[in-house]
Design a protein around this ligand. Structure first.
Ligand code: ADP
Ligand code: MG
Length: 255
C-alpha cells in the first residue's frame, strides 16, 4: 500500500496534567479518504488533530502519518522525540486550517501563502509567488493577492488560509471547525473549496458541525465523546443510523 497521505492511530493517549484528554483513540484514514470527526465540545477533537500535525506530542499509542511514526521514535519501550529538523519535515507534509484562520495580519494574502515555502522550504521568492497566485486562483481569490486579511471577509480569509496550507504541498489536510467562526452566508464558499479538494484526492481529516457536508463528502465519520472514539463507520450509515446511544443523543441535538 502506498503510505503517502495515510493516517493511522492506535490506542492513542494524551493527557494534560492529570486530565486524560485522549483515551486510546483508534483511527485509520487511507490515502485520498475524507474522514470527519464529530462530537461535543471538550471531547478531544482538536487535541487529536493537533497530535496529527505535531502541535502536541502523544503520550502513548501509535501514530503513523504518511507511513512513518510521527514525531517520535520508539526505543527501549520509551518514546523519544525526533530531531526538530525531522519534525519540521514531517509537519510540513500535514496542512492544517484552524477555526480562526490564523493569517499573519501584517502580510498580504499573497505573502501569507508564500511564507511557508519561502521561510521553511527556502523556495525562490519568484517561484513561490507564482505558486501563491495559482493557489489563490484555485480557492477563487485570483486578484486578491495584494489585500491584507482585514480587507477580506471571513470566508475569503479562510480560503487564503487553505491556500497557505496547500502551498507546502501537503499530502494530508486537517481542518478544525473551519467554518464555525463564519457568518452563515460565508460558509458555503469555504465548503465549496474543501469539496473541490476532496474531489481531487486530497486526504482530509476534519472536525466539523456541518452534518450535511459530512454526509455528502466524508467517507468515514468518527464520533468522539470524553476522549473516546465511541463510534466509527461509513459516514452516511453513522449519521443516518447511529448504533451507539451517545451518538444518537448527540445527533439528535445537532441535526
Ligand atoms: P474539542 O476540540 O473536542 O472541543 P479539545 O481537544 O479542545 O476538545 O479539548 C479537550 C479537553 O482538553 C478540554 O477539556 C480542554 O480543556 C483540554 N485541553 C485542551 N488543550 C489543553 C492544554 N493545552 N492544556 C490543558 N488542557 C487542555
Ligand atoms: Mg475543538
Amino acid at each position: 500500500m502506498k503510505a503517502d497521505g495515510t493516517i493511522v492511530a492506535r490506542k492513542l493517549c494524551k493527557s494534560f496534567g492529570s486530565h486524560q484528554v485522549l483515551r486510546g483513540i483508534d483511527l485509520t484514514v487511507a490515502a485520498g479518504e475524507i474522514s470527519c470527526i464529530i462530537g461535543p465540545s471538550g471531547s478531544g477533537k482538536s487535541t487529536l488533530l493537533r497530535c496529527v500535525n505535531g502541535l502536541e506530542t502523544v503520550d502513548r499509542g501509535v501514530l503513523r502519518v504518511n507511513g512513518e511514526d510521527f514525531g517520535y521514535v520508539e526505543k527501549d519501550d520509551a518514546y523519544h522525540a525526533v530531531s526538530p529538523q525531522r519534525l519540521a519535515e514531517q509537519r510540513s507534509r500535514v496542512g492544517m486550517v484552524f477555526q480562526q484562520f490564523n493569517l499573519f495580519p501584517n502580510m498580504t494574502a499573497e505573502s501569507n501563502v508564500m511564507s511557508g515555502p519561502v521561510l521553511v522550504k527556502k523556495v525562490d521568492r519568484k517561484v513561490a509567488r507564482e505558486r501563491a497566485q495559482e493557489l489563490l486562483a484555485q480557492v477563487g481569490l485570483a486578484g486578491c493577492g495584494h489585500k491584507y486579511p482585514a480587507q477580506l471577509s471571513g470566508g475569503q480569509q479562510q480560503r487564503v488560509a487553505i491556500a497557505r496550507a496547500l502551498a507546502m504541498d501537503p499530502s494530508i489536510m486537517l481542518f478544525d471547525e473551519p467554518t464555525s467562526a463564519l457568518d452563515p452566508e460565508l460558509v458555503g464558499e469555504v465548503l465549496a473549496v474543501m469539496r473541490d479538494l476532496a474531489h481531487h484526492g486530497m486526504t482530509m481529516l476534519l472536525v466539523t458541525h456541518e452534518m450535511a457536508f459530512a454526509r455528502d463528502v466524508a467517507d468515514e465519520v468518527l464520533f468522539m465523546d470524553e476522549g473516546v472514539a465511541v463510534e466509527r463507520g461509513d459516514a452516511r450509515e453513522v449519521l443516518a443510523n447511529p448504533r451507539e446511544k451517545r451518538t444518537q443523543e448527540f445527533l439528535e441535538r445537532v441535526l
